[in-house]
Write a protein that binds this ligand. Structure first.
Ligand code: GLN
Length: 537
């Protein structure tokens, strides 16, 4: 077995340049050339994981098969590569320090002063190598979160510098992603911020091999020459990353710019096998050439920040491409909905997804929306909290339990149709303590869900503390809500449907996390189809 090679992706000038997409695009190209690639992300904040952060702070919290609460870039890695990630693919400063401090308490450094260098940097290096050493990968891509020059990124850049020495120059590549801004008043692209950002890296002892330059305008030969000259890189290693409409175009933009070839040559790996991207191009073609259009409402409380529902939005892109249909997702703030405005606010929508979430802000708006969709026969798809709201709505308005609620929102409700899972009641710690990761679910043979999945045993990812209260099973089934998905070991309700409705499906798990370009999620595909049918009817 060959030793894996390591690619590092750093960022300069500003945040939000799309390092995750560049890393995922490079990985896609290398994978398409037959290499076994994995990507990991190092985040410089002190939270042990992003699970305790509000989505407004950090966007969606992405959950892996093994139940890690991670950065949303891992979602891009999975959507692009169609291979699952795990806890090891996302490391934070909090986790690094936690390990080092635990080691110190156990006496592993006995007699020594524990310091950022070497103890923190050694732990970073150990984690950077972990996936490579676990075997099977030809190339490990490591994305360093944050911007070069930030105080909190320093130990990561230092660890990367040391690793380049440990591993040898031909086993590592450093890609630096920067911005070439366009000054409208001067009518010019400006390279100075990039020069400064590279100088910052050089001061820290790292010479980047490749510069990927985000830009709104094409880089001409002069600009490329100038960047190469001032930043000590080859001209063919100045890669233009021009703004495109869809993140899924970026691998093709990088292919055109030969990013994969530059990286492979630097790593002394073969470029002989051309990348097989037929399926990817077919997906892009369908995405760009829709034959119809639907309007879907996304009812949630973090709608002001599109990143808060990243995976849901991407799952709609995948499902739209399958159906050759443009899916216009309309974000609707659940707090703004009430019984008086619901009809006008949901007017013109062909289907509505009620989003996951925590806490009681906007809950009554979600319940009101679900009542409207159920009564009017408009396609409804509920995810996690969205399913819990559908259960509360049905209890109140169909079964007649007018005070029904989830104990998360109302601990004293007379009818706790959603209540805390037994094993959650002892939990006092917040981070990483929900029901997390992949669990099996058994679907009722005759259910719509079983037809959609084409099988009765499925496995999906979870992130919640509350569940359907099984004491109310009979009352729901008698009135026409089917409990169609059950966890076989724990007896928890995982999916519900309402009979006699064209599409009323809600799930306790998060199907959006498993939708990829190669494997669009069947529930999203079918929901979009239901919305198309509704529009045509
Ligand atoms: N707040 C709910 C729970 O904890 C739903 C969580 C979610 O939507 N991810 O069970």
């Amino acid at each position: 077995m060959n030793k894996p090679k390591y690619v590092f992706v750093t960022g300069g000038v500003t945040s939000s340049l799309g390092k995750g997409i560049i890393a995922a695009s490079l990985a896609k190209l290398l994978q398409a050339r037959g290499y076994n690639v994995t990507i990991q992300k190092f985040d410089p904040y002190i939270n042990v994981d992003p699970g305790t952060m509000n989505p407004y702070e950090h966007g969606e919290c992405y959950v892996t098969e093994d139940g890690a609460e991670t950065d949303l870039d891992l979602g891009h890695y999975e959507r692009f590569l169609n291979t699952p990630t795990s806890q090891a693919n996302n490391v934070t400063t909090g986790r690094i320090y936690q390990t080092v401090i635990d080691n110190e308490r156990q006496g592993k450094y006995l007699g020594k002063t524990v310091q950022v260098i070497p103890h923190i940097t050694d732990e970073i290096k150990r984690r950077m190598m972990l996936l490579g050493e676990s075997g099977g990968h030809d190339i490990v891509i490591t994305e360093l979160g944050g911007t070069v020059g930030d105080i909190e990124s320093l130990p990561y850049v230092e660890a990367m510098r040391q690793l380049r020495w440990d591993l040898g120059q031909e086993n590592t590549v450093v890609i630096h992603l920067t911005l070439i801004p366009y000054l409208r008043a001067a009518g010019e692209l400006k390279t100075k911020p990039t020069q400064h950002s590279v100088k910052t890296l050089q001061e820290l002892g790292v010479q980047p091999d490749v510069l990927v330059c985000r830009t709104e305008h094409k880089l001409n030969a002069d600009i490329r020459r100038k960047v190469a000259l001032f930043c000590n890189v080859n001209q063919n290693a100045v890669i233009e990353s021009i703004d495109v409409d869809s993140i899924y175009e970026v691998p093709l933009v990088m292919l055109r710019e030969k990013l994969d070839q530059v990286v492979l040559r630097k790593l002394k790996l073969s470029t002989k096998q051309e990348p097989g991207l037929e399926k990817w191009k077919d997906f892009l073609f369908r995405l760009d050439h829709p034959k119809s259009e639907v309007n879907i409402g996304l009812v949630g409380k973090y709608v002001e920040l599109p990143d808060a529902y990243k995976s849901i939005n991407e799952a709609f892109n995948h499902a739209g491409a399958v159906n050759e249909c443009k899916v216009n997702v309309h974000a609707i703030q659940s707090e703004s909905l009430n019984s008086k405005n619901i009809e006008s606010r949901l007017d013109g929508l062909d289907g509505v997804l009620v989003a996951p979430g925590f806490g009681d802000r906007g809950i009554e708006g979600k319940i009101e929306a679900i009542r409207f969709l159920r009564e009017r026969g408009i396609p409804f798809f509920g995810i996690c909290l969205g399913m819990q709201c559908a259960v509360v709505e049905f209890a109140r308005n169909v079964i007649g339990l007018t005070g029904a609620h989830s104990t998360e929102m109302d601990p004293n409700t007379p009818d706790p149709v959603i209540s805390m899972m037994a094993e959650q009641k002892q939990v006092t710690q917040k981070g990483g303590t929900m029901r997390l990761g992949s669990y099996d679910c058994q679907l009722a043979k005759k259910s719509l869900c079983a037809r959609i999945y084409g099988k009765t045993t499925i496995s999906e990812r979870h992130r919640h503390r509350y569940e359907f209260n099984n004491a109310y099973r009979d009352q729901f089934e008698e009135k026409g809500m089917q409990l169609v998905g059950m966890n076989p070991d724990l007896g928890l309700v995982e999916a519900i449907e309402v009979s006699g409705h064209p599409f009323f499906v809600a799930v306790q798990f998060h199907p959006e996390l498993k939708s990829t370009v190669a494997n669009p999620h069947p529930l999203f595909v079918r929901f979009v189809k239901a919305a198309m049918d509704h529009r045509n009817s």
